[in-house]
Structures are given as structure tokens and as C-alpha cells.
Design a protein around this ligand. Structure first.
Ligand code: 0GY
Length: 299
């Protein structure tokens, strides 16, 4: 399969992803993906730490259909800062089949939050990954979480496992549902039963408002075979321990991936390795994301 690299340092998404062997259950949700630009319409943020390739909504809808999924949750990435226009544009174009997670500043008004709610935003993202953002004060994030709480929104957090000890108390103080991106980015060379991942499991165990995306084996794997074997025990542990609080997503178009170009068909085929029964797969791909993002459609 041909691959190409553009001069901004990371690989463009796969031009021709394979058709997965695993057939997702009807109504499956890709609960972590992005839209980028197009940059000439929705410019990238001045404060960004990387410039992505454009990842327009039409490509995302085509990928959804190709993979056998029904819906998307589009997550605001740091390259668009707190300018949510590309996200809003995609949500408006989605016929109700996409919901969003935005980035907002502490001075966001209740009226603006209502506008975002009306187009399908259901959460805000706090990013703590140092290569992606400058540090934000906890009091600013706490104020945002208080503002969004009455809307029934949740907070999505993205951090490295090594940072969890110093972030733990702040996370545990958040008043809403909290969704952790990409398994809390564990170092998968460390043991699943070790202290580092143990602290993350403890966070989920002690706080039943915490959910976890079992996503991004392509980012977390330290193997060069790109079959992500080393991520399986971490993801399986979370799926099997917290089956009602897990989500899955492609992370298309995979910003900052340098090691290889992920094939989304292969990522979908990873799902039955971490959610090994039909019941777990249905919770992961349908029940849980529908409960969180489309509760009004649930019985
Ligand atoms: C992801 C992962 C990354 C980037 C961002 O907001 C972002 O820029 O989340 C990353 O570089 O690990 O979820 O897209």
C-alpha cells in the first residue's frame, strides 16, 4: 500500500484503508475522531504546536461508512485551539449522526454554551499533554467544569500516565462525568499489574463518574510490528473491569503519528481482541456511547 509523508513531520491519514474483517454491531459509534480545517476555511490556531493535514468532514463521513460505523463523536484537537468553527460546521452537516467535544475558555458565556449544545456539543476537553499545550491553571478548568455541569456535559481529559500522580486530586474533584482519552496513555513496557497502570485503574475504581476510551493502540504500542500486541492486555483489562464505562474511537486522522500510517480497517479488527464477547462489543460500540452522547434515543 502506498504511503506518503508531507513536510509537516507526521503522516497523512491512510489513503485507502482496508475493509475490516470484524463487522461492528448495528449503530456503532466512532467516539474519538477529529475534523481539521480545511485550513483555508477554518484556519488553524496561532498557538498550535503542530499544523495538521486537512481532515475534512466529508472524508470522515466516508470513512465511517467504509468501516461499517453509524455515528461519530468529533473531538476538538489542540491545533484548532478554542475556535470550534470546524467542529460546529461538521456537526451541522451530520444529520444528527455526530456529536462533539469542544474546547472553551473560562470566560465562555451561558448563551454560547447553549448555542454549542444546540448543534450537538456534549462535552469539553482539557488537554494536559505537554507537547500539545501550554499548562492551564486548575482554577480556570474548574470554573469551566462548573459552567458546563448544568448542561449535563462531561469533561474529556488527555494526559500521560507519568503525570497522573500530580493530576489525580484535580481529576477526582471534577463534578461531571470524566472521559479519559487513550487509556490514560500508559507506558506499555511497564506491567499491567504495576504501580503506574494500577493508579489509573484505582482512579476508575474509586470514581464511578470516570469513563475510558480504549483507543489509540497505534500511539501506545512500542513494538515495530504494528499489530499492537503489547496494548491488548491494558485495553482488555479496562474493558473487562469497567464494561459500562468504555468507549472506542479511530482517532482519525491521527495527528502527530510518526512511526507508521495507521490503517483504520486494522484498528477496527483490533476491537475483538480487547472486547472479546458480543456483549462487550455491543456495550463498547453502541450502548455506552449512545448513553453518553444520544441518551434521548435510548429506551
Ligand atoms: C489525539 C492525540 C493527539 C493530539 C491531540 O488535541 C490534539 O492535538 O489530541 C496526540 O498528538 O497524541 O487524540 O488526537
Amino acid at each position: 500500500m502506498s504511503e506518503f509523508i508531507m513536510d509537516f513531520g507526521w503522516r497523512v491519514y491512510h489513503p485507502n484503508p482496508s475493509k475490516p474483517t470484524f463487522k461492528p454491531p448495528a449503530g456503532a459509534v466512532d467516539a474519538h475522531c477529529h475534523v481539521f480545517g480545511p485550513g483555508d476555511v477554518f484556519p488553524y490556531a496561532l498557538e498550535r504546536k503542530y499544523t495538521p493535514c486537512d481532515g475534512p468532514k466529508e472524508k470522515l463521513w466516508a470513512l465511517r461508512d467504509h468501516l461499517g460505523f453509524s455515528r461519530n463523536v468529533i473531538v476538538q484537537a489542540t491545533c484548532h485551539g478554542a475556535d470550534n468553527r470546524a467542529l460546529v460546521d461538521a456537526l451541522e452537516d451530520s444529520n444528527g449522526l455526530a456529536r462533539g467535544v469542544a474546547t472553551v475558555h473560562r470566560d465562555i458565556t451561558a448563551e454560547r454554551l447553549q448555542v454549542l449544545h444546540a448543534v450537538g456539543v456534549r462535552g469539553v476537553r482539557f488537554n494536559f499533554v505537554k507537547r500539545l499545550v501550554d499548562k492551564l491553571p486548575f482554577d480556570s478548568l474548574a470554573e469551566i467544569s462548573e459552567k458546563i455541569s448544568p448542561l449535563g456535559w462531561h469533561v474529556v481529559i488527555y494526559f500521560e500516565a507519568s503525570e497522573l500522580p500530580e493530576l489525580y486530586d484535580f481529576f477526582a474533584s471534577l463534578p461531571t462525568i470524566v472521559v479519559v482519552d487513550h487509556l490514560g496513555r500508559p507506558d506499555v513496557n511497564k506491567p499491567v499489574e504495576g504501580d503506574e497502570f494500577g493508579l489509573f485503574l484505582h482512579l476508575l475504581q474509586e470514581n464511578d463518574n470516570f469513563w475510558c476510551k480504549v483507543s489509540c493502540p497505534e500511539r501506545l504500542s512500542r513494538q515495530h510490528s504494528y499489530n499492537y500486541d503489547d496494548v491488548v492486555p491494558f485495553a482488555r483489562k479496562v474493558v473487562e473491569t469497567f464494561p459500562d464505562r468504555v468507549l472506542w474511537g479511530t482517532d482519525w486522522p491521527h495527528p502527530n503519528m510518526k512511526s507508521h500510517t495507521p490503517d483504520e480497517g486494522a484498528l477496527v479488527d483490533f476491537i475483538p481482541r480487547i472486547a472479546t464477547t458480543e456483549e462487550l462489543q455491543h456495550k463498547l460500540l453502541v450502548d455506552n456511547p449512545m448513553n453518553l452522547y444520544w441518551p434521548e434515543e435510548q429506551a
